[in-house]
Design a protein around this ligand. Structure first.
Ligand code: UGA
Length: 437
């Protein structure tokens, strides 16, 4: 099937390559010429395991191409809109400029019977509004098909999704034809038995934000328990294990630490709150403001632990920050708790050196005032305090002997509860976790 993918960021680039890998003929379109040049060469413009391999193989088959020219969408039967919906500046609401622009600019190239498929995360009500534009300006229809991929596992999540959601037009004929088209797009996943939920626009839009709101709430719940554990001497990691054995609760997303970040969870809960308020139902999701506050307090907590470890005087003290990405297996530093901790310690006058296996270039672009080291030894050299804020495998596996050859102090603040406290204390280190004694 011929398809276009508009927007080649973390979502669109992976979607385009994965669709081509599945046998479709795909044109990926983006306004960023540098990104298109790199994708056309089979190079991923960001770190995503497995993406370079499928880019290279799909380009070699001739089924995958990239361009900055939107007119090349003409002739495709399906047009995925995968552009960003970032948080508006100084507001909680989502910025829909890119989604509206993509649809407006695409309309002249649509043919009768085409299907425009929204993938971006949008406030509920957006699809209905955009569908009016699409049907008024062309003979095409609109469907909303939210994406649940996780960065770091994006290729696997796209090729083997755990569920598919179709938000379909209300008109029966349009619904039947959109369903048939989407079934062809996702033929492989459907043949593998992937659960499918067919619904209306509003439900499809809400499924996406509800899923992210639930995940954010789960993380903030365990971080709230960490706050209680900190004043009672309890151990939040054991608490998470114990409640996680209850299959109704489950252990996933009960990792207490410096909290959630990234391009999705933080902005999605804020946009959801703003949209609910617009709809006169602000109280229904008022708890998400608390979820956000708990999450941000964890960053304060980590910064305070470092400052306390430095005797309350961080000025010119050497601190090593291990991790900058918002989570492992990603180079994404959007709203990253790790980068935030590094920036705030630097702001307090500490002499910070940060390291990360993948996220230094993005961090340097965002915060050129920080010092970075590619090599772990260089990052921790002469450090009085080491703070672990992204749980990359190489940091999880650190042993005290790996660091004490370089450091001047022996204090480790474990902002992800990723290390073994007994081992570090036995080696003479002061170990401080989050919500664990
Ligand atoms: C999230 C969702 O998990 C995806 O399903 C969704 O498709 C995506 O947003 C999106 O909206 O596009 P992602 O942002 O890649 O995916 O990252 P997650 O794996 O959800 O992690 C988010 C943050 O939560 C990270 O900072 C991570 O370190 C933190 N986290 C996660 C915790 O602090 N504790 C945990 O137990 C789990």
């Amino acid at each position: 099937m011929k398809m276009s993918v508009i927007g080649c960021g973390y979502l669109g680039a992976v979607h385009a390559a994965s669709m081509a890998e599945l046998g479709h003929e795909v044109i990926g379109i983006d306004v960023d010429a540098a990104k298109i040049a790199s994708l056309s060469n089979g190079e991923a413009p960001f770190f995503e395991p497995g993406l370079p391999e499928i880019l290279t193989s799909a380009i070699a088959t001739g089924r995958l191409r990239f361009t900055t020219d939107l007119s090349q969408a003409k002739g495709a039967a399906v047009h995925f809109v995968a552009v960003g919906t970032p948080q508006r500046k100084d507001e909680n609401a989502a910025d829909l400029t890119y989604v509206d622009a993509a649809i407006d600019e695409l309309i002249p190239y649509l043919s009768d019977g085409d299907l425009v498929v929204g993938k971006s995360t949008v406030p509920v009500g957006t699809a209905e509004r955009l569908a009016l534009k699409v049907t008024a300006g062309s003979g095409a229809q609109l469907a909303w098909n939210p994406e649940f991929l996780r960065e770091g596992f994006a290729v696997k999540d796209t090729i083997y999704p755990d569920r598919l959601v179709y938000g379909l037009p209300s008109d029966d004929a349009a619904k039947a034809s959109a369903t048939a088209t989407l079934n062809e797009v996702y033929a492989t996943a459907l043949a593998n038995g992937t659960p499918l939920v067919m619904t209306d626009y509003a439900t499809a839009e809400l499924v996406k934000v509800a899923a992210n709101a639930f995940l954010a709430t789960k993380i903030s719940f365990i971080n709230a328990m960490a706050e209680i554990a900190e004043v009672t001497g309890a151990d939040v990691t054991q608490l998470a294990d114990a409640i996680g054995f209850d299959a109704r609760i489950g252990r996933k997303f009960l990792g207490a630490g410096v909290g959630f970040g990234g391009g999705c969870l933080p902005k999605d809960i804020r946009a959801f709150t703003a949209r609910a308020e617009e709809l006169g139902r602000g109280e229904s999701v008022a708890f998400l403001k608390e979820v956000d506050k708990i999450n941000l307090r964890r960053r304060d907590r980590v910064v305070n632990l470092v400052v306390n470890a430095l005797g309350g005087k961080p000025f010119e003290k050497k601190v090593a920050v291990l991790g900058l990405a918002f989570k492992p297996f990603s180079d994404d530093v959007r709203d990253s708790p790790a980068l935030d901790v590094a920036v705030r310690l630097h702001g307090l006058g500490a002499n910070v050196t940060a390291t990360d296996p993948e996220a230094i270039p993005n961090s340097r672009r965002a915060h050129p005032q920080l010092s970075f080291a590619d090599d772990l030894g260089d990052a921790v050299r002469d450090a009085e305090v080491v703070v672990l804020v992204t749980e990359w495998t190489e940091f999880r596996q650190l042993k005290p002997a790996d660091l004490e050859r370089f450091t001047s102090g022996r204090t480790v603040i474990d902002g992800r509860n990723a290390l073994n406290p007994t081992e570090w204390r036995a080696a003479g280190w002061t170990y401080v976790g989050l919500g664990r004694p």
